[in-house]
Design a binder for this molecule. Structure first.
Ligand code: SF4
Ligand code: SF4
Length: 461
């Protein structure tokens, strides 16, 4: 009887490992596929041992080993959670959009705006002078410049330039009555049809809004949105494109998803205005709100160690767009997931690979009156302007970034379930994918060399 049980357990384990190897191959994770294959060979050899040596000693040793494995599995599967941090505080003040790196990057030395800005924030001058010495985003002198991928990214950013113009508009004269529940679920289903990966609604809070506009024609004006609701939506960044980070495909993919998420937001905002309500789309380069804060309150995820929104199915591998409106909508019941923060406390993989040391290794500290992690945005942006891309190494190695499929979703369920599972899963992720996974080598249609010469370079994002 015991022999049969052992062979059944060994068979199930071998099947699970074979499936994991197969899935890793389809995900083009060569190291993971190899690791699972080795584990499969070891399990097969171990459980075939009694066939070659039918001695009680071998059988007993295998039975003890199997009992230990089953006990460990049960411990990991029992729902048991203790959290050091249950949820983040809300920000106590609004962020001045002029202080974000994209806005600072647009300041022209010698201009009135330049001297005004550094008279308000003199502490930013030195770090900003450091990134200004670098070639710049999408520059042909940058480290990872490749004409094909960089031009592709630049074209998408050019498209966004046009989209920004459509963010605002007047509501139509038509007066309609809507039922908030039904309208919210219509907008949600339509967003999914248009390509969104997640969708949520929150009441628009004061701290969601920037205090001062930092880009575009309204630079320097105070932000005042007279809207009661905010829709947040995400689109998925392609797993393979992200795995090439920090090379060209990462910035191509960022730009692509800025366009895709922006187009969905613009369609929703235009539709809402056509029904006679005010609506504003918040798309790349034309925001009045801090998208991750809105998305978090709309129930789409948590803010992790790397400062990005961590969604339940894709982790940070998303781009966010927002629509604010005065149309009454059904607000999501926000359910925090403290297991994400707890996993981040243990993991630190993003901090390990960050080329600029911008991500904290420590526990979250008090920043601007609230407890949270804060990345060093100056250090991060300085690396971007050296690489020419938006780097993305942190996003590419994050264990939550694995594809949205059955195997990874089972792991994600376990991560929510227990402390023990989170610790075991992190160890397993390190073994299978590596503690500091190397960026993937460009191949196939992304291999450099499609464009062999060019007459004009790219000026930067
Ligand atoms: S890599 Fe780890 S520590 Fe960093 S955000 Fe992802 S889960 Fe959190
Ligand atoms: S994008 Fe790169 S430099 Fe910036 S925090 Fe992530 S890993 Fe660090």
């Amino acid at each position: 009887m015991i022999e049969i049980l052992l062979f059944v357990f060994g068979g199930v384990l071998a099947l699970a490992l074979a499936l994991a190897a197969l899935v890793s191959m389809t995900e083009k994770e060569a190291r993971a596929a190899k690791m699972f294959m080795w584990m499969l060979i070891m399990v097969l050899a171990l459980y075939a041992l009694p066939l070659a040596f039918p001695e009680p000693l071998i059988m007993n040793a295998l039975a003890i080993l199997t009992a230990i494995w089953i006990a460990a599995l049960l411990i990991a599967l029992v729902p048991f959670n203790t959290f050091k941090i249950v949820s983040w505080d809300h920000p106590v003040m609004r962020i001045d959009e002029r202080t974000i790196m994209f806005s600072r990057n647009l300041l022209q030395p010698g201009s009135k705006r330049f001297s005004e800005y550094y008279s308000i924030y003199p502490e930013h001058l030195e770090p900003d002078n450091a990134f200004r010495k670098n070639p710049g985003l999408l520059s042909e002198k940058s480290r990872y410049y490749s004409p094909d991928t960089f031009h592709a990214a630049a074209s998408a950013f050019d498209v966004i330039e046009y989209l920004r113009e459509m963010a605002e508009g007047k509501p139509s004269q038509c007066s309609t009555e809507i039922e908030p529940n039904a309208m919210t679920s219509f907008l949600e289903s339509w967003s999914f049809k248009l390509g969104a990966h997640s969708f949520g609604v929150t009441a628009l809070r004061d701290y969601h809004q920037y205090s001062i506009v930092g880009r575009g024609n309204q630079y320097g004006e105070p932000v005042e949105l007279d809207h009661g609701f905010a829709i947040a939506l995400t689109t998925e960044m392609d797993h393979e494109m992200v795995s090439y980070a920090p090379r060209g495909p990462i910035v191509m993919e960022s730009a692509r998803q800025y366009v895709n998420s922006g187009v969905i937001a613009l369609k929703l905002a235009t539709y809402i205005r056509s029904l006679g309500y005010e609506a504003r789309a918040h798309v790349d380069g034309n925001y009045r709100v801090v998208c991750p804060l809105v998305a978090k309150d709309a129930g789409l995820g948590e803010i992790g160690r790397m400062g990005l929104l961590m969604t339940p199915k894709l982790g940070p591998r998303v781009r966010i767009a927002v629509v604010t409106t005065n149309m009454p909508l059904q607000v999501n019941k926000k359910t925090s997931d403290p297991s994400v923060i707890d996993f981040c406390l243990k993991c630190k993989k993003c901090a390990d690979v960050c080329p600029s040391n911008a991500i904290q290794f420590d526990e979250p500290g008090i920043v601007d009156g609230i407890k949270r992690w804060k990345i060093n945005q100056e250090a991060c942006f300085t690396v971007w302007t050296k690489f020419g891309t938006d780097c993305g190494r942190c996003m590419s190695v994050c264990p939550y970034s694995h594809p949205d499929n059955l195997i990874h979703n089972m792991v994600r369920k376990g991560l929510k379930n227990s402390n023990a599972f989170r610790s075991a899963a992190l160890k397993m992720d390190d073994v299978v994918y590596g503690r500091k996974p190397e960026p993937k080598k460009l191949k196939g249609w992304l291999a450099p060399g499609i464009i062999s010469s060019e007459k004009t370079g790219l000026s930067g994002q």
